[in-house]
Design a protein around this ligand. Structure first.
Ligand SMILES: [Zn+2]
Length: 446
């Protein structure tokens, strides 16, 4: 196999793996093209689905002659993964597949993804590069509170952390008191979980009389759900850590497709493995860097299940300015809102993250909230936003609470253009999450 496509996880390689973040653009494009050529040929030869799609477009692998021809290839949607459930997109024999993951499948059938040993090594390397860009090193102790299992968060961070040589504490999600105890007793320096679970840990720590600011934790690796810049500020302040975003999606591998660097000014994409494009979601035409559109990824070295031009439904743009960190891999604007989470209320598109940003802009609110959607008899939709106040701001004086309600609902209207009914609830009443938070409860009968 081509040397480019044989990732290994030996220490020498890992010490130099971050060099891939700093290649010249020419060298990077050369590597990308070589890998893409192999990937297209592999998909055509070994995946009946890709072969059929290419035939329908009268395309042969030889018609893709450079990165600039990639747009000719068909797009892959989430629906394709559902329709081919479970193994329809596998492109190697089952005996070459060493692991499968699946999405939770709350709406219909789950998405199944498969990895060869080499695919897993690519993924682990990407997590290594993510951790390195947060300044994590071998002396760190990483408490991995992402769920272990079919969900990619737990094993993704686990393999990457272990490959980098940090000490991994594979605690998974839940058992929050124990999380706090281990953070304290093990001298944990890095925590990975969903941002909402970290908030829960912070509350629990406070209850137990432990101040996370006094512990050696300095880095939080947060992802798997949208979170706003306002949420980042709250977390960084309360825990005295740097809170970094890790970007990923199960269909491409899991966490580690991209990561922020210490400048926290966008997400660097490990584009020698995951080639990004931005397309117009209506016309499907490719858009130049700098323009906003839908993010599309091509896995350049994933053999078990190649994803060529996978539509993520995430809206962002590739950034054109250089990052002060010196990395040459491109950045995209951080994805704080995902199209899958969007809801439509009285004709207006609203992201939960917008509501989060709006309510956190009001001093005194706690970062715990829920959005309830209901439909009146006759068809009009209503939004109720339940939000907690900080215990010290929660008062039994009606005037004080009304003041908060007014401010929050004004802010939500300013940010989203919708009128929401704001309900203030007592501290601790919104259900806490140990994984992905359920922010939106849609009670509308379709
Ligand atoms: Zn950077």
């Amino acid at each position: 196999m081509n040397a480019l496509l044989t990732p290994d996880l030996s220490q020498t390689t890992l010490n130099s793996v971050t060099n891939l973040d700093f290649l010249t653009r020419e060298r990077l494009r050369e590597i990308q093209w070589k890998k893409l050529d192999i990937m297209v040929r592999h998909a055509y030869a070994n995946s009946p689905w890709y072969r059929e799609q290419m035939k329908a477009k009268k395309l042969l692998p030889g018609d893709i002659r450079s990165l600039d021809d990639l747009y000719k290839m068909p797009l892959v949607t989430k629906q394709v993964l559902r329709d081919t459930y479970p193994f329809g997109l596998f492109s190697v024999p089952l005996d070459k597949i060493v692991r499968m993951h699946a999405s939770s499948g709350t709406t219909g059938k789950p998405i199944v993804v498969a990895h060869t040993r080499e695919d897993l090594a690519v993924w682990a390397q990407s997590v290594v590069r993510s951790l390195k860009s947060y300044g994590v090193h071998q002396n760190d102790v990483l408490q991995n509170a992402y769920g272990y299992g079919l969900f990619t968060g737990g094993l993704g961070l686990h393999d990457g952390g272990q490959a980098l040589g940090v000490t991994v504490v594979p605690i998974s999600g839940g058992n929050t008191e124990r999380q706090v105890m281990l953070m304290r007793d093990f001298g944990v320096t890095v925590v990975s979980c969903t941002p909402s679970y970290f908030l829960h840990i912070l509350d629990k720590a406070e209850e137990m009389g432990t101040d996370l600011r006094e512990l050696p934790i300095r880095v939080g690796v947060f992802g798997a759900e949208p979170w706003s810049e306002e949420m980042r500020e709250r977390i960084e302040e309360r825990a005295a850590i740097k809170a970094y975003d890790i970007y990923g999606l199960t269909e491409i591998c899991g966490p580690g497709v991209g990561a922020e660097c210490s400048h926290q000014n966008g997400t660097h994409i490990f584009e020698d493995h995951f080639y990004p494009e931005i397309i117009d979601p209506e016309t499907l035409e490719p858009l130049p860097d700098g323009q906003e559109g839908e993010l599309v990824f091509t896995t350049l070295d994933r053999f078990a299940m190649p994803m060529i031009r996978y539509r993520t439904r995430d809206i962002t743009c590739l950034m054109t300015d250089e990052c002060p960190c010196g990395r040459t891999i491109r950045r995209m604007r951080r994805i704080a809102a995902r199209t899958d989470d969007m809801f439509i209320i009285r004709g207006v598109n609203v992201f939960p993250g917008q509501i989060e940003a709006a309510l956190l802009a009001v001093e005194g609110t706690a970062p715990h909230y829920q959005i309830i959607l209901t439909r009146q008899f006759g068809g009009l939709d209503d939004v109720e936003v339940r939000v907690e106040l900080k215990p010290e701001d929660f008062s039994d004086k009606i005037g004080v609470l009304e003041g908060f309600q007014r401010k929050i609902s004004h802010e939500i209207h300013r940010v989203t253009g919708i009128h929401a009914n704001v309900t203030l609830v007592a501290p601790g009443t919104i259900p806490r999450s140990e994984g992905k938070a359920k922010r939106v409860i849609d009670q509308r009968v379709i």
